[in-house]
Design a protein around this ligand. Structure first.
Ligand SMILES: Cc1cc2nc3c(=O)[nH]c(=O)nc-3n(C[C@H](O)[C@H](O)[C@H](O)COP(=O)(O)OP(=O)(O)OC[C@H]3O[C@@H](n4cnc5c(N)ncnc54)[C@H](O)[C@@H]3O)c2cc1C
Length: 484
C-alpha cells in the first residue's frame, strides 16, 4: 500500500503536476492571494472575471492543490460549515442562515457549471448525499437530526428519510437500518478540480507562483508605525515582498504557521484510504449506481465515495491533531489509522472484504474555536481571509471565493450579506490545553461509538451501554461546541 505522496488523487493523475516557477522578484499587484487551494483559486478566478484589469497573483508554498483541496473525500456538499444557531445570532437572524443554506445548495450546481464551462474533467456527478445508520442509536440520531431540519424549514426536497429497504436499493451497507438523503451533493476527483481550476484562473490572467512560502502578512499601515508603511499590504516571501492593495489569507489548515495567526484555526487531521478497483460482482452486490456521497452517523464519522474508476475511497479521523498545530509530511498517515479505515470498508461492505487497500493519506482542515467559518475583508488594512470550513469546504470554498471577490471589488451583493461575512471566532487555547482538549474529545467520541455498537448477535445493543454512549457523545459535543 502506498502511504502519503500527498494523496491517491494526485497519484491517480500520474503524480504531482509540473511545478510553476517561484516568485521571480519583488512585485506590485492589486490583489495578492496567499494559498493555492480551492479558496485562493476560486477567489482569484472570480475576481479576475469581474475585474479583468486587476493584477491578481497567487502565492503557494508547494503547488496548487497541495493542501486539503487535493486530498479530500470529493464531496461537493451543501452542508453548512458551522452552527445554524450561532450564525442566527448575526443581524439577519434565522433569515440569514436560510439564505446561506440556499446559497450553499446552489453552489453545488455552480461548481458543476464551472467544471463544464472550463472543461475541467473532475468526474463531477450530482448523486446526492446519504447518511446511513447502522445501529438503533445512530438511527435515533438521524431521526432527531431530520426533525431538527424540519424545524428549520427543510422540506422533503432538501432532506428525506430512507427506509432500510430504500437504503439497500441504493447502497448495500451491511447492517444498515435506514438513512437520510439530501440531493444537494456531488462527487468529484478533488485533485482534478484543483488542477483544472488553477489552469482556468491562469486563462483569465491570474499569475500563480509555486514553491513560494509566505512568511508574514503585513497590513497596510499608512502612518508607517509597524506595518508596511506606504499604503500597501504586504505578503513577505524568501524571494521578496509582494505589495498589494489587498492581501488575502487562504491558508486553511496551515494558517497556524503564519505569525499572528497561531491560534486562529486548529489544523484537524483527516485520513483516507482507497481500495483497488472492485470487481463487477462486488459492485453488483454493493450497488451505489447513483454515485451518492456516503457518510455514517457515528460520533467519529466516516465519509466515502465510489470513484470514477470503481474504487471505494473512504475517510475518517484517525489521529485528530498533532501537538503545536504541526502538519503532516507529504500526507503520510499512521499505519494504525489506515488499518482502522480498512476495517470500516470491510465491515460496511463485506463484498469488498478481499479488496486490497492501494493507498492511504491524510491532510489538514481548518477548525475555528466556535466551528463556524468566516469570510472577512477589511479595506482599511487591505487584508482579508476566508476559511475554517471544519471539513465541509469543497462547496463552501467556492461560495467563500465568490464572496471574497465581491468584498475586495467593493460590490455589495446577496453574498456579502450572508452571516459568515465578518464572523469572528475566539482564539484556540494555548498548548498543551489545545492538544489535550482535542485528544480528549476524540477519545470520548470513540468510546461513545464503541458503546453504541451492538455486540455480535445483539441487534439492539444493551440499553445501559447505549445510554452511556449517547451521554458521552453529547458531552463531547458540549465540550467542543460542535453545533447542531
Ligand atoms: C482528508 C480530507 C478529506 C476532506 N473531505 C472533504 C469532503 O469530502 N468534502 C468537503 O466539503 N470538504 C472536505 N475536506 C475539507 C476540504 O478539503 C477543505 O475545506 C478545502 O479543500 C479547503 O480549501 P482551502 O483552499 O481553504 O485550503 P487548502 O486546500 O488546504 O489550501 C491552502 C493552501 O495554502 C497553501 N499555504 C498554506 N500556508 C501558506 C503560506 N504561508 N504561503 C504560501 N502558501 C501557503 C497550502 O500549501 C495549500 O495549498 C476534507 C479535508 C481533508 C484533509
Amino acid at each position: 500500500m502506498r502511504n502519503g505522496e500527498v494523496s491517491f488523487w494526485w497519484q491517480a493523475r500520474g503524480g504531482f503536476p509540473p511545478r510553476r516557477p517561484s516568485l521571480p522578484k519583488p512585485l506590485e499587484a492589486d490583489v495578492c492571494v496567499v494559498g493555492g487551494g480551492y479558496t485562493g483559486l476560486w477567489t482569484a478566478y472570480y475576481l479576475k472575471g469581474m475585474r479583468p484589469d486587476l493584477r491578481v497573483v497567487v502565492l503557494e508554498q508547494a503547488f496548487a492543490g497541495y493542501g486539503a483541496s487535493g486530498r479530500n473525500g470529493g464531496w461537493v456538499t451543501s452542508e453548512l460549515p458551522g452552527s445554524r444557531a450561532r450564525y442566527a445570532r448575526g443581524p439577519r437572524g434565522v433569515a440569514g442562515v436560510r439564505a446561506m443554506e440556499a446559497a450553499l445548495r446552489s453552489t453545488v450546481d455552480e461548481v458543476g457549471r464551472v467544471c463544464a464551462a472550463e472543461s475541467i474533467a473532475a468526474d463531477f456527478v450530482k448523486g446526492g448525499r446519504i447518511t446511513v445508520a447502522t445501529s438503533t442509536t445512530q438511527l435515533a440520531r438521524l431521526r432527531a437530526g431530520l426533525a431538527h431540519d424540519r424545524e428549520w424549514g427543510d422540506g422533503e426536497d432538501v432532506v428525506s428519510f430512507l427506509t432500510r429497504g430504500q437504503m439497500r436499493e441504493r447502497i448495500n451497507v451491511a447492517g444498515a437500518l435506514g438513512g437520510v438523503l439530501s440531493p444537494d451533493s456531488a462527487r468529484i476527483q478533488p485533485a482534478a478540480l484543483a488542477e483544472g481550476l488553477a489552469a482556468a484562473a491562469e486563462r483569465r490572467g491570474v499569475d500563480i507562483y509555486e514553491a513560494t512560502p509566505v512568511t508574514a502578512i503585513l497590513p497596510r499601515d499608512d502612518d508607517g508605525a509597524g506595518g508596511a508603511g506606504d499604503g500597501a499590504a504586504v505578503a513577505r516571501t524568501p524571494f521578496g515582498d509582494v505589495r498589494a492593495t489587498s492581501v488575502l489569507r487562504c491558508t486553511e489548515g496551515f494558517t497556524a504557521a503564519l505569525p499572528g495567526a497561531r491560534r486562529a484555526l486548529l489544523p484537524m487531521n483527516s485520513s483516507m484510504v482507497a481500495t483497488e478497483p472492485l470487481s463487477d460482482s462486488a459492485w453488483k452486490d454493493i450497488g451505489w449506481d447513483g454515485l451518492e456521497t456516503l457518510g455514517d452517523s457515528a460520533h467519529a464519522y466516516m465519509y466515502a465515495q465510489r470513484t470514477a474508476d470503481g474504487r471505494i475511497a473512504l475517510g475518517g479521523r484517525g489521529v485528530p491533531y498533532r501537538f503545536g498545530s504541526a502538519t503532516d509530511h507529504l500526507g503520510a498517515t499512521s499505519p494504525e489509522t489506515a488499518a482502522a479505515l480498512g476495517d470500516i470498508v470491510r465491515r460496511m461492505f463485506p463484498a469488498a472484504a478481499s479488496a486490497r487497500l492501494e493507498h492511504a493519506w491524510c491532510g489538514v482542515l481548518g477548525v475555528p474555536r466556535d466551528w463556524c467559518a468566516t469570510v472577512t475583508y477589511d479595506a482599511a488594512s487591505g487584508t482579508g481571509w476566508a476559511g475554517g470550513y471544519t471539513g465541509v469546504g469543497v462547496a463552501a470554498s467556492n461560495l467563500a471565493g465568490r464572496t471574497l471577490a465581491d468584498l475586495v471589488a467593493g460590490e455589495s451583493s446577496d453574498l456579502t450579506a450572508l452571516p459568515w461575512v465578518g464572523h469572528r471566532s475566539r482564539a484556540w487555547e494555548p498548548e498543551p490545553a489545545r492538544w489535550a482538549g482535542v485528544h480528549g474529545l476524540y477519545a470520548l467520541y470513540r468510546l461513545a461509538d464503541r458503546l453504541e455498537t451492538p455486540a455480535a448477535g445483539d441487534a439492539a445493543g444493551k440499553p445501559a451501554r447505549i445510554a452511556l454512549g449517547e451521554a458521552l457523545g453529547r458531552a463531547g459535543d458540549a465540550i467542543s461546541g460542535i453545533p447542531h
